[in-house]
Design a protein around this ligand. Structure first.
Ligand SMILES: [Mn+2]
Length: 319
């Protein structure tokens, strides 16, 4: 990672100001890595801004807003109007995403020099014409990378930012289960040493009882399609995050070795999230359905098919 950090240091020195942007519907990994980068860049004596659409700040659960209040470090956020006030030679840093459409505000890629840092499997639609693109799928999360970067530049992150990063790792690994390596634990340990607070972390990771009950009702109706493979059909309109959570949760049950969660993302699109403990290569099935991923973590999106047809397609592929 040292080569990467040296490269990033070098790039940072070339610019005056930085706008850091994660993905739409930001999660704690996207937010934590943005805030961590902000602190790292400011340690170079440069100006850094985190891009967040106002509507997202309002939608954040109140715990995140509380965390923002507790932050000792003054993080300046910019939105779709105020970014224009950022002055000097400016670089856009994209974190936790590499597809332009999925950015919090895609247009900025066409305006500023851009670098991309991500840990998701590389899509054909990655952002082209970047100054630098770094995708490492061995990382549990962007929080893991940014923690090591902070350590490398020898700064002690703000306690609240360290806490958000720790929560980001926990979210992306589903509680240190998925994609977890010794580096992941090392990053977590570093964050604790920097002052991450495990009570605040629990607060940040809370979900509403309604959300939990809704997911539980889908899980209750899940069924075994073959051997130790579970499937869950989500009714109504859902989103990729909920599908991923359901597929991950199914894996925590006895005897379940692989899982598929299927649901409508909008009227024309069906999303599938697939997880496996490793024996069944779910990416193989998702690839045959136009998607991609890893052995143990894969997904796809399908247009103009019914839930029933998608369900059958998966069953046929499993046989
Ligand atoms: Mn992430």
């Amino acid at each position: 990672m040292e080569t990467l950090f040296l490269k990033l240091n070098q790039i940072i020195k070339e610019y005056d100001s930085f706008i850091i942007m994660g993905h739409k519907d930001p999660d704690l990994d996207s937010l934590g890595s943005s805030l961590g980068l902000c602190e790292i860049i400011e340690s170079f004596g440069k100006k850094a801004y985190v891009f967040l659409n106002d509507k997202h700040l309002e939608n954040y659960n109140s715990n995140i807003n509380q965390a923002f209040d507790k932050m000792e470090k003054d993080v300046v956020c910019v939105n779709e109007r105020s970014y224009k006030k950022v002055s000097g030679k400016t670089l856009l840093i994209v974190t936790d995403v590499h597809i332009q459409d999925r950015l919090e505000y895609p247009k900025l890629v066409d305006i500023y020099d851009t670098i991309v840092l991500d840990h998701h499997i590389k899509s054909k639609n990655y952002i082209k014409n970047t100054k630098f693109l770094y995708i490492d799928t061995n990382l549990s999360s962007m929080s893991e990378l940014i923690t090591f970067y902070a350590e490398y530049v020898n700064i002690d992150l703000d306690n609240v930012i360290a806490t958000i990063l720790l929560a980001g790792i926990e979210i992306d690994t589903n509680g240190f289960n998925l994609k977890t390596t010794s580096n992941t634990y090392e990053a977590a340990s570093t964050l604790m040493e920097m002052g991450a607070d495990s009570i605040l972390k629990q607060e940040l990771l809370k979900e509403s009882k309604e959300e939990y009950m809704k997911r539980a009702s889908f899980i209750r109706n899940s069924f075994i399609v073959k051997d130790n493979i579970a499937m869950c059909i989500v009714t109504g309109i859902t989103n990729s995050k909920e599908l991923a959570e359901i597929a991950e949760e199914l894996l925590t049950f006895e005897e379940i070795e692989a899982s598929f969660a299927i649901g409508k993302l909008d009227e024309e699109t069906i999303g599938v999230s697939a997880r496996s403990l490793g024996d069944l290569d779910v990416s193989n099935i998702m690839k045959q359905m136009g998607g991609g991923g890893h052995n143990s973590n894969a997904a796809t999106q399908i247009k103009d098919k019914t839930l029933k047809e998608v369900k059958q397609e998966i069953i046929d592929l499993l046989n």
